[in-house]
Design a protein. Structure first.
Length: 459
């Protein structure tokens, strides 16, 4: 490690920037965030830089750089387009033992700016010592996804509560308590903009810890999307990496499951057609029991938890048992399959509305509002409709849908094994048999299916 990362307190300290262009402006933004007082010397200056200087209580000195300017500043940045001037600034600053940064010239610097991930008072700096700035930026992007946007506010809350917690708990428990604060429901509350509730939760929990010190559990009901792990949300990924135990479905792809914390306990609660490996009531109860043991429980579902996912029933039980929970939306199968098969669900010329409906057979029959489904200019997406496909086809035609209405089956959508089979509402059941289509598969019915020829070439 050639460069030691330090956290520099620049509040109200005068810092000189030599240069007034876009690079100088970028550095000024950073220094302004650290509440430095900005001095800029340059013949010309961008509007933004001028604003930053004024807002920081500093000064814009119109003209050329001269060494006298270094006498009353704590730090110098040279960001001009003139290599000779930049070099002179470096020589002069080093003679005075002032920290100096010359943009894009590591040899002339005594310090460099790391790539920064910022969450309020929290700052993560990544430095490659100038050897691989692109790598540092890539790492920054990865860290960005891991730190929730609300973390800064949580850190501020922690700052405000530090004294109270210190007074309430002995040292041995304090660490565990803060661990609970930074991993538990408070982060979610702050993220959803419920800062006051978060403070209340913290105080209530603090009181509970004074009586019986133990962390409370929590449930994350997370949509894992239709298969491709790239379709997870940042929040889903973060919570997946925090979980102690995961309950997952058959629909959650292996690639998505791979991203759950390695040492989390895994419980398969998947359902197969006509075969419920774990009845829904037992799943609901298991979630409550595990959370009561103080665990962070991840309930990972295919697609979106609230689209044919029984997520509502699960959180109903949690609310009843007063277990804190968070719900994270996922990309539902219809949306994922649409994009990955080149079939837009709406289109100005073909469909002004779209309907998601379950084609799941109950005791071998399908009771659906068929008349509404044959409405023109509407796309209908059937979930769980593979076994009932022949019935769906017959009923749509019997209720007046043209037999040559375009229709598609998307099997294992968004995964590497995705297959798309197109035909008409009359031919699709035969095609499904011929191609041995397997679950999970989705049926899309409507004029938009024809657009695949034009838009689906890339799949
Ligand atoms: N909550 C899920 C849906 C659960 S119902 C979601 O929002 O996507 C299960 C049905 O979803 C399956 O029978 C199938 O019709 C559909 N489905 C789920 N994943 C799919 C995929 N990768 N490709 C095609 N259909 C899928």
């Amino acid at each position: 490690m050639r460069y030691l990362p330090l956290a520099f307190d620049l509040k109200n300290r005068p810092c000189l920037i030599v240069g007034g262009g876009s690079i100088a402006t970028r550095k000024a933004r950073l220094l302004k965030k650290a509440e430095a007082c900005l001095m800029v010397v340059a013949p010309d200056i961008t509007d933004e830089l001028h604003q930053l200087v004024l807002a920081s209580g500093g000064e814009y000195i119109v003209g050329r750089y001269h060494a006298d300017l270094l006498k009353c500043v704590d730090l110098v940045v040279a960001a001009t387009a003139d290599a000779t001037v930049n070099k002179q600034v470096s020589v002069d600053a080093r003679a005075l033992r002032l920290p100096v940064n010359v943009v894009d010239s590591p040899d002339l610097c005594t310090f460099t700016f790391p790539s920064i991930v910022e969450r309020g008072p929290l700052a993560v700096g990544i430095s490659s010592g100038g050897s691989a700035p692109v790598l540092a930026r890539m790492l920054r992007a990865q860290i960005e996804t891991l730190l929730s946007p609300g973390l800064g506010m949580v850190a501020e809350l922690a700052g405000r509560m530090r004294g109270k917690v210190k007074a309430a708990l002995p040292e041995a428990q304090r660490k565990d308590f803060w661990h609970w604060v930074f991993n538990g429901p408070i982060v979610g509350q702050v993220e959803r903009g419920h800062g006051a509730d978060a403070e209340q939760t913290l105080l209530k929990e603090l009181q509970r810890w004074q009586e019986t010190p133990a962390p409370g559990g929590e449930v994350y009901l997370v949509g894992g999307g239709p298969g491709d792990p790239d379709l997870l949300t940042f929040r889903a990924l973060r919570l997946m990496q925090q979980a102690d135990v995961v309950l997952y479905d058959r629909l959650v792809s292996d690639e998505v499951l791979e991203l759950v914390r390695r040492d989390a306990e895994r419980i398969y609660v998947g359902k197969k057609k006509q075969f419920h490996s774990v009845p829904q009531d037992d799943i609901n109860q298991l979630l409550v029991d595990l959370a009561k043991e103080g665990k962070k429980v991840l309930r990972l579902k295919g697609g979106d938890p609230f689209v044919f996912g029984r997520g509502g029933e699960e959180i109903d039980k949690l609310a009843e048992a007063q277990i804190p929970f968070q719900v994270v939306p996922g990309i539902t199968a219809a949306i994922g399959c649409s994009a990955y098969s080149g079939i837009p669900l709406t289109h100005r010329d073909y469909a002004q509305s779209v309907r998601f409906i379950t084609g799941h057979l109950k005791q071998g029959t399908l009771v659906l509002p068929w008349q509404e489904l044959v409405t023109p200019n509407q796309t209908v997406v059937f979930y769980m409709g593979l076994t009932g496909l022949a019935t769906i086809s017959e009923q749509l035609i019997a209720h007046g849908m043209a037999a040559d209405t375009p229709a598609a089956l998307v099997e294992k959508g968004t995964t590497r094994e995705q297959r798309v089979i197109t035909g008409t509402i009359a031919t699709l059941p035969g095609l499904a048999e011929e191609h041995k289509v397997e679950a999970p598969a989705l049926t899309i019915v409507g004029g938009v299916v024809n657009l695949r020829e034009k838009l689906g070439w890339f799949n």
